[in-house]
Design a protein around this ligand. Structure first.
Ligand code: KIV
Length: 258
């Protein structure tokens, strides 16, 4: 499995990092064999795989269930698992228990958590201290959707300063990488230049050290995607056509053949 240290070296060498999300064995196996560097069991699976409107309802048990399936499909990539809402915010002890379960029960190589305020940086430092690699996440943090909506962050100068300070605090706490979500590209560039650890952008322009997208957006599996995402395929249409063809052949007795 790729290591967090390798990602930091790649930043020094100018090698960009490709990250995608996965929620089951089949998708994870394909992404891994196709050469994705980091596979994120993002809590976006609450929306794209479980049909929730936000990531908030996802539980730790559900996360573990999906992360185990993903890890069974991955041989090369670094697997990072999102700690779901309210599985780590209560206290560093709660975060240690949840992240510990992720590493022990799934075989993943690290966890991701949202936010970089002083209490969260302290939690990250404690996790790192006991040997749990942590990826940070600042800018738009979907677990705070009830406060911020899904809007771009980092527009005002105070907000920009706060996001920069959070990213620095997470690096100082020992995070091995930080996701920058939905912030202006010049802010993402500033942060990427200030940090030694790699930044992974999503809706944050092309100046980050790597990029992440939600795989159902990349494959065109859903009916909606954010403006900043790119679909490389329209799987929704392909699956619809294949399904209609199958139904038609069953109903006309063309399938199966005698
Ligand atoms: O949950 C997720 O998929 C994420 C990415 C969008 C970074 O956190």
């Amino acid at each position: 499995m790729l290591t967090p240290q390798q990602l930091i070296q790649w930043k020094q060498q100018g090698r960009a990092i490709a990250v995608l999300t996965a929620w089951d064995y089949a998708i994870a196996q394909i992404l891994d064999q196709a050469g994705v560097d980091v596979i994120l069991v993002g809590d976006s699976l609450a929306m794209v795989a479980l049909g929730h409107e936000t990531t908030l309802p996802l539980t730790l048990e559900e996360t573990l269930h999906h992360a185990k399936a993903v890890c069974r499909g991955v041989k090369q990539a670094l697997v990072v698992v999102d700690l779901p809402f309210m599985s780590y915010q209560e206290s560093p002890q709660q975060a240690i228990r949840s992240a510990g379960r992720v590493l022990k029960e799934t075989g993943a190589g690290g966890v991701k958590l949202e936010g970089g305020h002083p209490a969260m940086a302290e939690t990250v430092a404690k996790l790192v201290h006991i040997g749990i690699p942590v990826m940070g996440h600042v800018g738009l943090t979907p677990q705070s959707v009830r406060q911020t909506g899904f809007r771009q962050q980092g527009k005002s100068s105070e907000d920009r300063e706060r996001i920069v300070a959070e990213a620095i605090a997470l690096e100082q706490a020992g995070a091995f990488s930080i996701v920058l979500e939905h912030i202006p590209s010049d802010l993402a560039k500033t942060i990427s230049e200030k940090l030694v650890i790699p930044t992974i952008g999503i809706g944050a322009g092309n100046q980050c050290d790597g990029q992440v997208l939600v795989t159902s957006d990349v494959l065109g599996l859903g009916t909606w995607k954010p403006k900043f995402a790119k679909s490389y395929l329209n799987l929704y249409e392909l699956i619809t056509t294949a399904t209609q063809e199958y139904c038609g052949e069953v109903r006309s007795h063309q399938f199966p053949e005698a």
